[in-house]
Design a protein around this ligand. Structure first.
Ligand code: BGC
Length: 746
């Protein structure tokens, strides 16, 4: 009897193990995949955009209420297991199939993160990992940004996704922001140009772009709770113009909403941002999806506000609560239809779109893509100081010391959602070692942990490169346990658990790096400091002691190769800071990682320093080259303009040094005669030009006058002043680097 019971029990256990194994294998490990394109045979005669719009309306009309609600969120809650096991155990990003309807033939969409490369599962062997967006912002090369995003989009398609959670265009208000590396810089104009370039390039591959995080997400640790207060003018002129651009110029399919609160309400509940500004003022016709897990709180408020889709699971948008709200009359079926329709129209356009190429896995980290990762890394590096040390001489017989904790670390940036994995990463040391292979030079590595030993190595070397800065531990997306995130969100405040990444409270380098720089600078007067990180730092403690400083950023999978080529002059550095660096950290706007309330003022970055006459350590737009550029003959071709005209200027830029190089020509407009308080100047155009030694090029720059308008909060409209303006053109935002002209608008 007992034996039989045991046998049956054993059999049951076996069946249970097999069934759960099968479920695990099919649903979690090797989860089912679905096509993302429509089966056109189901919809004969639907070809044009207008026909697709009509189809969306007809499909909506055929949906049951349950089916309608299913259009409003990601996968059902049961997929939490799939997500958790893939992310935390298998360390890969699973596909979440959102808002499909098999009965009606509506395919799902699938998102992949992608600020520095397709967030690809290891199973595919890795993707191309580019330098972080801040490095690309520092290149000031929007064509390059388009090429980079073209590759990211191709690779996103190759892994079977059709929505890219990129570009991140939140404004860098303070250098301590943990996710600074994911965005392009501090200036709304510059952010807008990069955001549009990325969005357009991504969408060419029938991937829906998702500029993020709309809006005001410029603090990391408090992102789930912080309420941002600001006045209407600051919102419109400083924190939103780049979002407006990706909507109106980039024609973005979607936007990702931010976690934080704005003006006393979670963004996900904020009708002003999601409907009044976005749809009514800007004419957005795509859809808004929430940031993941902790962005939404109240289904009724979000439905009324206009948040189309909750990601990545059904949580706040769920059948029970939505049906209850319908029953109580808090919302109507029309409210729901209004959320579904723009999303469905947009998604169907992408699902119908014909691809011009095949996106197979061979695209991932292909040789051409990797080549572009190297080029991008080279073009983003910013030379901040060079007292005749760089470029280093490649001649034979030299002993080259590469020193520092980060000298031989695979360090491509944060380990949060922007983390993408490449088949390999070339560290700074490896880049230099490869560069010198077979040259007769010796490259030695020292981790800098023993200052006396490092000093000896430096003394003994002909060339010394120290690599300092940060890793994902120090800055990036703030990762705390899910449990604690939840508690934090529920408590409406932050809990004090130490996580990984997050904001930087102290802008100086870590003590070990500072001590190392001092020690090495004493030992070798030709010390080259290479900084790896995602944003501005305070160098006041040591920059006067060293002859050369190069900002290399998190330079991607080919960062080490690019670094060697820049240090030895195979590539002339051409990056410029996309933010201003203060002399004193106290000069920046107030910032704290731990707060549930903060005010964003009208001035930050170079506009703040200009306005308050604060001298900076390194200006916005500044970066050196191994050659020199001269600016002459600034001509304002349109000295008198109508409010609907376009300012046109020309300037002669010459390479007056001995090496070919690239220069970022910048144009700022000044408002000294304005009747209202305005910045001293604002960036309004830039152009990167390549010049041979001795070559002079006439560079044309232009901006429509309407881009000089200010937002009058009383009249609730943009107004162009009919006054005289100044125009400044040169190689950085510093007064000493700019030629001045003028024009009037009448
Ligand atoms: C991040 C987003 C990201 C999403 C999906 C969130 O935590 O804030 O930027 O796209 O995760 O990975």
């Amino acid at each position: 009897m007992l034996v039989n019971v045991l046998k049956i029990f054993g059999l049951l256990v076996l069946i249970l193990v097999l069934v759960s194994g099968w479920i695990f294998y099919t649903q979690v490990y090797n989860y089912e995949r679905f096509p993302l394109k429509v089966d056109k045979t189901r919809f004969p005669g639907v070809n044009t955009e207008a026909e697709i719009d009509q189809l969306a309306e007809s499909l909506l009309g055929q949906m049951t209420m349950d089916e309608k609600i299913e259009q409003l969120y990601g996968e059902e809650g049961s997929s939490l297991l799939k997500l958790a096991v893939n992310l935390f155990v298998l360390k890969r990003f699973p596909h979440m199939y959102i808002a499909a309807n098999e009965r009606l033939g509506i395919p799902p969409f699938v998102l992949s993160d992608g600020p520095r490369g397709a967030r690809v599962a290891d199973v595919y062997g890795g993707a191309t990992v580019f330098p972080v967006a801040m490095s690309r912002g520092a290149s000031w090369d929007v064509d390059l940004e388009a090429r980079v995003n073209d590759v990211i989009a191709r690779e996103i398609r190759a892994i079977g996704a059709n929505m890219a959670a990129t570009p991140c265009i939140n404004l860098l208000r303070h250098p301590g922001w943990g996710r600074a590396q994911e965005t392009y810089g501090e200036d709304p104009w510059h952010l807008g140009q990069f955001g549009v370039a990325a969005t357009e390039a991504i969408q060419k591959h029938n991937v829906m772009a998702s500029p993020k995080h709309y809006a005001l997400n410029s603090i990391e640790n408090s992102r789930f709770v912080v309420n941002v207060e600001l006045d209407e003018r600051t919102l419109r002129e400083v924190y939103l113009p780049h979002f407006k651009k990706v909507v109106q110029e980039g024609d973005t399919a979607t936007l990702m909403s931010a976690y934080n609160m704005a003006l006393g309400e979670y963004v996900s509940n904020n009708r002003y941002l999601l409907t009044d500004v976005l749809r009514n003022d800007w004419g957005f016709e795509g859809f808004v999806h929430s940031d993941w897990f902790f962005a939404m709180y109240d289904p009724v408020a979000s439905i009324k506000a206009g948040l189309n889709i909750e990601m990545p699971l059904s949580k706040v948008y769920n059948k029970k609560d939505i049906k209850a709200a319908l029953e109580s009359g808090e919302i109507t079926e029309e409210d729901i239809d209004q959320l579904i329709l723009p999303a469905l129209k947009t998604r169907l356009k992408y699902a119908f779109a014909q691809d011009s190429i095949e996106y197979d896995e061979a695209l991932l980290a292909s040789p051409e893509h990797i080549e572009l990762a190297r080029e991008a890394a080279e073009k983003g590096m910013v030379l901040l100081k060079n007292d005749d040390v760089l470029p280093l001489s490649p001649g034979g017989g030299n002993k080259i010391a590469v020193i520092g904790r980060l000298a031989d670390v695979e360090n491509t940036g944060d380990h949060g959602s922007s983390n993408a994995k490449s088949p390999y990463v070339i560290s700074p040391y490896h880049g230099l070692a490869n560069y010198h292979a077979g040259s007769g030079n010796t490259v030695v590595l020292d981790d800098g942990s023993d200052l006396d030993r490092a000093r000896e190595v430096a003394r003994d070397a002909d060339q010394v490169v120290v690599v300092v800065g940060y890793t994902f531990e120090d800055e990036g997306e703030y990762l705390i346990s899910t449990e604690n995130m939840k508690k934090s969100a529920e408590a409406g405040r932050l809990i004090g658990e130490k996580g990984t990444g997050g904001d930087r409270e102290d802008l100086s380098l870590v003590k070990a790096d500072r001590e190392l720089i001092h020690a090495l600078a004493d030992a070798n007067e030709k010390l080259v400091v290479v900084y790896v990180g995602g944003s501005g730092i305070d160098m006041s403690d040591w920059d006067h002691k060293v002859p050369a400083i190069l900002f290399a950023w998190y330079a991607g999978m080919e960062g080490g190769t690019a670094l060697a080529r820049v240090l030895y002059g195979d590539v002339n550095p051409s990056g410029k800071l996309p933010f201003a660096m203060a002399q004193d950290a106290a000069d920046y706007p107030y910032f704290t990682p731990y707060t549930d309330n903060i005010t964003y003022d009208y001035y930050h970055g170079y506009t703040l320093f200009d306005k308050s006459n604060i001298e900076v350590a390194y200006p916005f737009g500044f970066g050196m080259s191994y050659t020199s550029f001269g600016y002459d003959n600034l001509q304002v071709l349109t000295p008198q303009l109508d409010p609907d005209g376009t300012l046109l200027v020309e300037v002669d830029v010459s390479n007056v040094g001995g090496m070919a190089g690239e220069e970022v020509v910048q144009m700022y407009v000044g408002f000294a005669n304005s009747a209202v308080d305005r910045p001293v100047k604002l960036l309004r155009a830039f152009e990167k030009v390549a010049l041979q030694p001795g070559e002079t090029r006439t560079v044309s720059l232009e901006v429509p006058v309407e881009e000089l308008a200010w937002y009058n909060p009383e009249a609730r409209e943009w107004q162009t002043e009919t006054i005289s303006y100044a125009v400044y053109v040169g190689g950085s935002s510093a007064e000493r680097d700019l030629l001045t002209g003028g024009f009037a608008v009448q």
